[in-house]
Design a protein around this ligand. Sequence first.
Ligand SMILES: C[S@@+](CC[C@H](N)C(=O)[O-])C[C@H]1O[C@@H](n2cnc3c(N)ncnc32)[C@H](O)[C@@H]1O
Length: 349
Amino acid sequence: MELVEALQRQATACEDLGSPMYAELLRLLVDDYEVGGVSVQVLEGYDGRSFGEAIGLRLLAAVHGLVLSGTAPELAAFYPSTGGAWDPVLGWEAFEQVLQARIGEVRSLLTQPPQTNEVGRSAALYGGLLQLVAAVPLPVRLFEIGASGGLNLRADHFRYLADGTSYGPADSPVVFESAWTGQVPSADLRIAERVGCDIAPVDPLTDNGALTLTSYVWPDMTDRLARLRGALRIAREVSADVRHEDAVSFLRGLELSEGHVTVVWHSIMWQYLRRPDRTAIETRLTELGAQATPTTPLAHLSLEPHRVLTHERGSDGYEYRITLQTWPTGKTRTLGTASPHGQDLVWGS
Ligand SMILES: C[S@@+](CC[C@H](N)C(=O)[O-])C[C@H]1O[C@@H](n2cnc3c(N)ncnc32)[C@H](O)[C@@H]1O
């Protein structure tokens, strides 16, 4: 895809998902690129990449990282994530100056694919887990593939408010004020194990890891930032083991355990898998499912996009479904839908 087209499409996506600042910045970047400004040098070699490679978001995250690290104070004044206020005229001038002055640094950061660990998605995973545990009341062994920083492996330590009911600890620094629409049972959730894998895990306990994860959140989305910052605090108290391993080999090493429900979950990672890896994962889950019994049950819970035919404005052509498959029955259910970052969550849809 042509770079300009990809940046324009990304701008629309940012606008639809609630970041007017990034929508504006990406459009200014397109203007700059089209008149041969500094962005042509910065983005040299990136024309023709697929939209999924998210080159625009890589560039924005690279610059956001510089802002968060405190080394671009003139630009930080325009970033809400550092207490500033976005201004399209003065903000763009400062952004352009950072690109001019730090072109080498920015280009070196462009090589890394986006590494978002979206805490907002935990509402979908947690709500799905409660529905599972209400039906299968056993302690949970949680295994996440594509876990990034593993923040969502602590989903039971976040607070969810919905339809007059609350879930999770009252003093949690992560609060979902209006987590979802629809009924979710208040099950007795006990998590016995929290293990994840990722081909590029980020350690949320290091300053650098925390900065990397924060740099991928869009700076004017203050709710997302607040949730991420709260989850980074929780990660210091609740441990989770996130391994540097690909999903296929991780699941090949997984076994069921007597007296536990073994849950494999994931969010917005399936699209990054090669087709043979997807098949290998499905095969392994079927194999494990065949070994499952009422006292060693298995569940596969996910929030992932499914292509749909729609002409609705703002739709990217996908429905983000929460699906749950459980064994020994092997039954699959769609529990609900959400937006890509986990908002607008509706159960039973
Ligand atoms: C968009 S991020 C989502 C992270 C997290 N699941 C969330 O929802 O916040 C996709 C993640 O999948 C990871 N990933 C991609 N391919 C993978 C593979 N083959 N095995 C394990 N992780 C993979 C990436 O490194 C990245 O951390």
